[in-house]
Ligand binder design. Sequence first.
Ligand SMILES: [Zn+2]
Length: 442
Amino acid sequence: MTLLLRAGLVVTGRQEIENGWVLSRDGMIVEVGSGPPPPADGVIDEPNCVAMPGLVNAHDHMYQWATRGYVPDGTLFQWLRALYPVWARMDAETVRVAARAAMARLLLCGCTLSTDHHYVFPHGRPGIFEALVDVARELGLRFHPCRGSMSLGESKGGLPPDSVVEDEDAILAHTEEMIARYHDPKAGAMCRVVVAPCSPFSVTPELMRDSAALARKHRVRLHTHVAETLDEERFCIEKFGRRPVELMEDFGWTGDDVWYAHGIHLNDAEVDRIAEVKTGIAHCPSSNMRLGAGACRVEDLVRAGARVGLGVDGAASNEDSNITVEAHQALLLARVRATSPTALDARSVWRLATRGGAECLGREDCGSLEPGYCADIACFRVDDLAHAGIEDRVAALVLAPPSRGQTVVVNGRVVVRDGRLLTGDEDQIAREIAATSVRLAG
Ligand SMILES: [Zn+2]
């Protein structure tokens, strides 16, 4: 099956093509051009849109869609302590409904490839990881689920209550089982599994080391939270006598198969080191601002050559999952941090939202509209009230982020058309998440 997508402007990642087109076959891009297009089985024409590579979400906790709006004015540690007992009540069905809402929102906003860092597995509640994979298949999202974990409960000096931490042997065994069942290493893969202990304050050093060894044995990627807040930095220094990034070095958590969420509180040497070892950073500006965590040194990291992507983070610290909003926030926050209007420009920020995120997730075949890449495409209107009349259409979509995509294609399949989700009923998803959120609140 071939699909031809034409747009007023095609932004490939390398070039911007007026009245361009993208031809895909069986989920992969085979040709990109302008002028008279080749014939195709299906044709989509979006003359009033900018088409760009599908956006990549490099950090998320989709279950949190069921607990939005809690602790609106708290720090990360205050917010976590209030939410852990609520999350402890989740089961596979709660996660399924929340993930459906999160993924629907991501797709509607032009995201085609997302990770999900799921680290809450309450005792005696099977099927949570499976539910996440099922929903991604149902809605048509390219998906990199993380088998996250917590093992350091309060009684051992960790932050989470003992009721939400797991036995370490059970974590490793279940992780291995999920890799065997779902991980697809091939080009064009729709699902890849990641190993992802939650954070230095919720897992033991032994689990960090064992997780790295397990991931490398199976050639899958590693992900965790690092240097998100000064509370975390104090915790690491008091408990281990090491800064968060130093701890990660000790645990073997550096290299091009690792990406961190946040990476805010980094010194100059750590910025250089992260760039040198090609460890990725998922920058989550909305969440960082909502929790008052700080501002990531995005410009310094990019200049040093680091791999930087964008993430929405969990919807309990963002209340939305829109990567175009994160692009907008990233641009503005970088300029606030640098007190300079040249700190990050529109095209650089689109690169973070596409190839940058794909690099974090280890995808050589995503984040660009070129032959040989996956046919993941997001089209955004530039003739609507928010954008009409702005000459630079690429800048327009960052300065005034779209509230949704017009057409979104994943793996050569149209999943959003005329701003509507084709693979699910958006209104029903909203009703279900409302009911689930009320039930979970108790
Ligand atoms: Zn997070």
